[in-house]
Ligand binder design. Structure first.
Ligand SMILES: Cc1cc2nc3c(=O)[nH]c(=O)nc-3n(C[C@H](O)[C@H](O)[C@H](O)COP(=O)(O)OP(=O)(O)OC[C@H]3O[C@@H](n4cnc5c(N)ncnc54)[C@H](O)[C@@H]3O)c2cc1C
Length: 374
């Protein structure tokens, strides 16, 4: 079991309180697609976004394990908000790859001024194959000119910039670079927003670049070697998605347990039936195993170890657990499990997102096996 210091526990308790008092009443609005702007400000002010950043850049210098505990608390109630808390993955990338000049330019925006940055990697013809992109960036004096299209870009409504991968060289072995592209640059256009199964609080859709002039200082990392940077972002994102799976599963189980302790059939509480007890035992055990795996990898991260295999294992396992647990939780609640106002069907819908976004379960298994076979 993960042990926390008194300070870390205090932070986790503040998150629990915030989730119940401030977040829960706003969930119906969030699910309608109206994510309150002041919620992001409050999350920033309390340190839930960018918590791992050094203090000089507006963070709390917290560990990954604390960040994971906070993500779980939010995911127990609302996936969209839990993933907002993870928007610090762009920031941690800037710590590792940005020059001092870039840090001075970007950090005031993405920490103090409460801007959020999202990810623009996926394209209509390049999903699992992140290297198969067609968006191009061509040098023009001190600038780059971007042309192309991204799709399935999340948080189009909340983000003011996106980390975008673009082809900068057709012949080099790498040939892909990453740029921080501000949404209000001329030529950046938001296209269709998809109606999707879950995560309704995030607008997910298309982003077009039509001769977008991006100053050279917005190229992050080394020209033509952006792919390792994309993969590093994905490692951290996968760990957070794994913890979202744990949180969704725990939230669904807790709601189902509260229901079966009250609901009576055949003159007895349905929690007294052995079939229901076995469900609960299996669900609780699977969640505990997934959580332990996430913390194991989070500790590796905090100890500066390589997490590619661990993050893929954690995300694959936890997102599949989330699917199994939410399906059973709905089953335990019978018809009520399907009713929107009851608040459980959303967990089932949201869980499905997790085994696809940031790398499908199939791709994660390829990564795990590849790392094991090295
Ligand atoms: C809600 C949501 C939010 C998202 N947010 C973002 C975002 O913010 N930014 C972003 O860049 N992307 C985002 N994505 C995109 C996401 O990362 C991709 O959907 C994912 O990587 C899969 O790509 P694809 O949808 O093109 O599926 P495809 O790559 O077309 O895959 C289709 C199926 O084929 C399987 N498959 C593909 N290749 C192989 C293989 N080699 N072996 C075995 N099976 C294979 C896949 O596992 C899958 O089952 C989001 C997706 C969703 C659903």
């Amino acid at each position: 079991m993960q042990v926390f210091t008194e300070e870390q526990q205090l932070m986790i308790n503040i998150a629990k309180e915030f989730v119940q008092e401030k977040l829960v009443p706003q969930i119906p609005d969030i699910e309608e697609g109206n994510f309150p702007a002041n919620l992001i400000d409050e999350l920033q002010d309390l340190g839930f976004i960018n918590m791992m950043l050094p203090e000089e850049y507006g963070g709390l210098e917290e560990k990954m394990v604390t960040h994971m505990a906070i993500v779980e608390e939010f995911a127990k109630e609302n996936l969209t908000t839990a993933i907002v808390c993870n928007s610090n993955m762009i920031s941690s990338l800037l710590i590792d790859f940005a020059s001092d000049e870039q840090k001075k330019l970007f950090f005031p925006k993405y920490s103090e001024d409460k801007h959020m940055a999202g990810l623009g990697f996926t394209e209509p013809t390049a999903g699992s194959d992140a290297a198969g992109i067609q968006t191009t960036a061509v040098k023009d004096g001190d600038d780059w000119i971007l042309n192309g299209q991204k799709t399935f870009v999340s948080y189009l409504n909340q983000c003011s910039a996106f980390l975008v991968s673009a082809r900068t060289n057709e012949t080099d072995e790498g040939g892909i670079s990453t740029f921080l592209v501000e949404k209000d640059l001329p030529g950046v256009e938001v296209g269709s927003i998809f109606k999707k199964i879950g995560m309704h609080g995030s607008e997910t859709g298309e982003l077009f670049f039509k001769n977008v002039r991006v100053p050279a200082i917005y190229l992050i990392g080394t020209e033509n070697w952006g792919l390792p940077l994309v993969l590093k972002v994905l490692d951290e994102a996968r760990l957070a998605v794994a913890m979202c799976g744990v949180g969704i599963a725990q939230g669904a189980l807790d709601k189902a347990v509260a229901y079966v302790k009250e609901r009576e059939q055949f003159g007895r509480k349905i929690s007294s039936f052995q079939g229901i007890k076995w469900y609960i035992a299996e669900m609780e055990s699977e969640i505990a195993a997934a959580r332990a795996l996430v913390y194991d990898v989070a500790n590796d991260y905090d100890n500066k170890k390589f997490i590619t295999k661990g993050a893929a294992m954690a995300k694959w396992f936890a997102s599949e657990v989330a699917m199994r647990v939410t399906e059973k939780a709905v089953q335990m609640c019978g018809g009520m499990g399907l009713v929107e106002d009851f608040g459980l069907e959303r967990y089932f819908r949201d869980a499905k997102v997790l085994s696809i976004t940031e790398g499908t379960s199939e791709i994660l298994k390829i990564v795990i096996a590849r790392e094991k076979l090295r």
